[in-house]
Structure formats: C-alpha cells, structure tokens
Design a protein around this ligand. Structure first.
Ligand SMILES: [Fe+2]
Length: 199
C-alpha cells in the first residue's frame, strides 16, 4: 500500500468513527490508533502539502462533509513556531517527519505571564492528544533549526473555521483567532484508476 491509498483508508476509518457517534474518549483512543497507523510510514503525503514557507503552513487534507473532523498537515520550516493558542475542540497530533515540541501554557494571575506546563517532544510515528483530559492551550515549534518537520493533525471539527484565541504569553491577554488554511485545493484521494488498472 502506498501513496494516497493510506490517506483514503484513514479518512474512511475516521468517518466510520464519526458515523458511530464516537465521543471524545473514543476519538482520542481509536482515532489516535488510526492516526498512528497513518504516520507510521512516510510515503504518502503529496509534495505540495509538504512544502515549507516563510511561516508555518496548515494544509487541509480532508474535511468531513458534516465537519465532524478534519485532517491537516502542519509544515514547520526550520525554527518556525505557532503563537500561543487554544483549540476548544479535541485534537490529535501525529508526527510524520522530523520532530516538534508542544509546550502547554497555563494562564497566570490576570495581567501576569503565562507559565509553561507539560512538554511533549514528538518523534516520527508518535501521536499525542490535546483536549479536556490533557491541555487546550499550547505553543508548538519545530524542534530543528536546520530542517523541515511535518505533523498530521486531526480535530473534532473544521479547525480552520473555529473561532478560538491566541494569547500574549507575557500578559495572558487574548485575541480572537481563526486560522484558516494555507492551501486552496485538497488532495484527490478518490482517483482509483491506477489501483484498478494494476489489479
Ligand atoms: Fe495546537
């Protein structure tokens, strides 16, 4: 199995979970298992979804038609990092290439600096969750200053369209944040002609 077949199979598995009305606990266990399978092999992400830019890129790979979940590739150029941000919905992060560091940020007293909490350093194949049982506010960065890292994220909604917040770590002040996506086109996982021709 290679190429977009992997991504299609993953989307189908996640869609089955959505159709079963999975609660957050199931998404973060069974969904995490599916994502671990997807990032276990790095041979399927289309090149245009893996290109780094002047700041980190969030490419939509698939959004469930009912916006029950989405699949995104995060491309971290050397040294790139997010602002401190929240999600407000569950999320799964699977490391595909390179390494990234996620640092939980805890609000301090009003007007006071935020404090770092749990730190997760992810290697290829590893999956971690953000959500009610772990943490919702963090900053994510490429662990490397000299190469690109890529992680595959899933969220319990259409994350690019979710109204959430970015935080000033010095004061905890919040600002409304809707991330959108870098790409204008999603990969075509539905052209089965080459598989059928070689069957
Ligand atoms: Fe995040």
């Amino acid at each position: 199995m290679s190429g977009l077949i992997r991504l299609r199979g993953f989307i189908q598995g996640m869609t089955r979970l959505a159709d079963q009305g999975a609660d957050e606990r199931r998404w973060l266990t069974e969904g995490a298992g599916l994502l671990a399978g997807l990032v276990a092999v790095d041979d399927w992400l289309p090149e245009e979804m893996a290109e780094a830019g002047p700041s980190y890129r969030q490419n939509l790979l698939h959004c469930d038609p009912a916006e029950r979940f989405c699949v995104v590739s995060f491309v971290w150029g050397p040294g790139q990092r997010t602002p401190v941000h929240n999600h407000s919905i569950w999320g799964l992060v699977g490391m595909l290439r390179g390494e990234e560091i996620s640092t939980e940020m805890r609000p301090g007293a009003p007007g006071q600096p935020m404090q770092p909490g749990q730190v997760d350093r992810l290697s290829p194949g590893q999956v971690v969750a953000v959500g009610a049982d772990t943490y919702d506010i963090h900053v994510v960065e490429n662990a490397y200053a000299d190469r690109t890292s890529i992680s595959i994220h899933c969220y319990g909604g259409n994350i690019g369209a979710v109204a959430r917040s970015v935080f000033d770590p010095a004061t905890g002040a919040t600002k409304r944040f809707i991330s959108g996506y870098h790409n204008a086109r999603v990969p075509n996982v539905w052209d089965r002609s080459r598989e059928l021709a070689s069957a």
